[in-house]
Design a protein around this ligand. Structure first.
Ligand SMILES: [Ca+2]
Length: 441
């Protein structure tokens, strides 16, 4: 029943039941600019913030995602406080993604799947920044406008990156050039990459995020269908297709006839059989992921097949990690192809049994905010089917036993994506059309 496993797959009845929430925003407004000295001082105040669990030192490159939180103007709420979902805006359609812009503490940007709307939220009011409706196809439950990311230098170059599906089910990565911070015209769209999905509408991934290295990441699904039944080993285990992968691009360069350049340390740097865009492989349907803004580590939520969802963890600087699909599903064998025994797999840090109600993991974000210090360093995640936000402690490269628990009920429909503002506070959007901020109750 693969078709039930996507965060985007819901019956029409569900949509009616949930209504169309609206969405909202806030940004770390009012934080003021942080000097480098401020940033470094803040970075040492939380627990476990200067070194990742495997000993990777906090790197300067992490400064490039967003400013590290400056907590000077925040009154923290001490203790393991009960959390609440504070509605920012709603009734904004089928929201699927959240983006913030480095250097802009006033706006929150949202992606709406079916109409292709880019919303900009300012002072709690949402306006349409632009629409991709003329270029997308959203006929399938997992299709449409899927993700957006703003260039780290957006305030100067106005570049926006979008990921969406078109009528033949192919997925596209494209660049837009905004008029200003509140308007973008689809006529500026330039397609950087088209991925052949073989006509299969599901399992498209995928999220666009800029990493701490200033490079653009894109997670792709295994193509579609079920079980990655594409040839003798599936797509995700092939080094010569872009499906079932984490890709990485240098959008500030152009080379080899492409509108982007290839980062020299992608997976091909350790194995020339990889297509140059590939960074990691062996993923099934990596819908959402994020970077730990302190360490640069990467946390990937990979939607499972019939038995297990999983969260994968990528230490900063890792290259060519194989997360196992379709040889592995969670911590278990899925299909024992001949080559599986010869590969080295990176096992998930957490598997989520579908028997427990998990069917479409959404995650995860490591909390680095100011308001709830007891949650510092904990990893938040969700699942479109469980109706709650969960969190766990993560130490020495592993989930602290017994720490994984529900911390918040999700109002207004399925949670399908998180976002993280300039102060490290977390937000989420629902397919019901609402944007919420996670706050102390
Ligand atoms: Ca597909």
């Amino acid at each position: 029943m693969w078709y039930r496993r996507s965060p985007l797959e819901h019956s029409p009845r569900w949509f009616v039941a949930c209504g169309l929430t609206l969405f909202a925003v806030w940004l770390g407004a009012g934080c003021g600019g942080s000097s480098r000295a401020d940033v470094d001082a803040d970075a040492t105040t939380g627990s476990d913030v200067t070194q990742s669990a495997d000993g990777v030192q906090s790197a300067d490159v992490t400064r490039d995602i967003l400013d590290l939180p400056n907590c000077d103007r925040v009154t923290p709420v001490e203790g393991e406080v009960t959390l609440a979902a504070e509605l920012v805006v709603d009734k904004l359609g089928s929201l699927v993604d959240i983006a913030f812009v480095r250097g802009d503490r006033e706006r929150i940007y949202l992606a709406e799947r079916q109409q292709g709307t880019i919303w900009v939220v300012k002072d709690g009011v949402a306006n349409e920044m632009g629409s991709l409706k003329s270029v997308i196809n959203a006929s399938g439950g997992e299709q449409g406008f899927l993700s957006l990311a703003f260039h780290p230098d957006f305030v100067n170059n106005r570049k926006i990156y979008v990921y969406y599906t078109v009528s033949n089910a192919d997925t596209k990565l494209a660049e837009l050039t905004a008029t200003d911070a509140d308007h973008v015209d689809v006529s500026t769209l330039k397609v950087l990459l088209t991925i052949d999905e073989g006509g299969e509408s599901n399992h498209n991934g995928g999220a666009l995020r800029f990493g701490p290295d200033g490079l653009l990441y894109l997670s792709t699904g295994d193509g579609g269908g079920g079980g990655d039944a594409h040839g003798p080993i599936g797509n995700a285990q092939r080094k010569d297709v872009l499906l079932g992968k984490m890709l990485r691009f240098d959008v500030d360069g152009q080379a080899d006839g492409k509108l982007y350049a290839i980062p020299p340390n992608n997976a091909f740097s350790v194995d020339s059989d990889f297509l140059p865009e590939i960074l990691h492989w062996g993923l099934r349907n990596p819908w959402r992921y994020s970077f730990d803004r302190v360490t640069g580590d990467l946390i990937i939520g990979d939607v499972g097949q019939n038995t297990y969802e999983e969260l994968d963890w990528v230490p900063a600087g890792s290259v060519a990690l194989n997360f196992g699909w379709r040889c592995r599903e969670g911590l278990h064998s899925y299909k024992d192809d001949t080559h599986c025994g010869a590969e080295t797999f990176t096992e998930p840090i957490l598997e989520l049994p579908q028997d427990d109600g998990f069917h479409a993991v959404v995650g995860g974000y490591r909390y680095r905010g100011c308001r709830m210090p007891a949650y510092q360093g904990q990893i938040f995640y969700s699942d479109a089917y469980i109706g709650s936000v969960r969190a766990f402690r993560f130490e020495n490269g592993a989930v602290v036993p017994g720490s994984d628990r529900s911390v918040l009920s999700v109002p207004g429909g399925s949670l399908v994506s998180f976002g993280e503002d300039h102060q490290g506070e977390l937000y989420f959007v629902t397919l019901g059309g609402g944007l919420y901020r996670i706050v102390p109750q």
